[in-house]
Design a protein around this ligand. Sequence first.
Ligand code: SF4
Ligand code: SF4
Length: 167
Amino acid sequence: MPHVMISSKKCTGCHMCELGCSAWHEGGFQPSRARLFADVNPTTAVIKGHSCLQTGCAKCQEACPNDAIVTRQITVTPAGTFAGKEKVGESVTGVVLVVDEEKCTNCGDCYDVCPYGVIHEHPERKVAYKCDLCDGDPQCIAFCQNQYVLAVDLKIDKADRALTVDA
Ligand code: SF4
Ligand code: SF4
């Protein structure tokens, strides 16, 4: 399955991915509402990326008592013009986990089990929200400003490589 991942070695902690994510989903630059984040330790400068592994994890889906986290087929084609984005132009089809807001009761079970802390209660809609790969053009990848060493990248499970479609 396709998912995005922040390279803890390459990330500079600029938080542009969080700005892009929140702008696309929430209509404003609100990194506190981003669906992925770079956790920068101010003392050690160690950076730890947090992003959803989608069906490679699925702990939220397993925990949901209302079957409110469902799979959706998606074709992902990361866009952008920066050097070093070697995957730009390639597409992959797979599935992502999305929240069915009609079914979600905001019980919080999924918030407790997510190992990466990337599924939360939406402050206005009062339902769970998470990464959905931006309908196929992940904005975290598009916004990553590390021009020569892409720090947010599209990862594909070995099992899904057969589904890869070259652009
Ligand atoms: S908060 Fe919603 S999506 Fe999460 S476990 Fe509860 S019903 Fe399911
Ligand atoms: S939101 Fe969290 S628990 Fe659910 S699949 Fe993603 S990483 Fe796993």
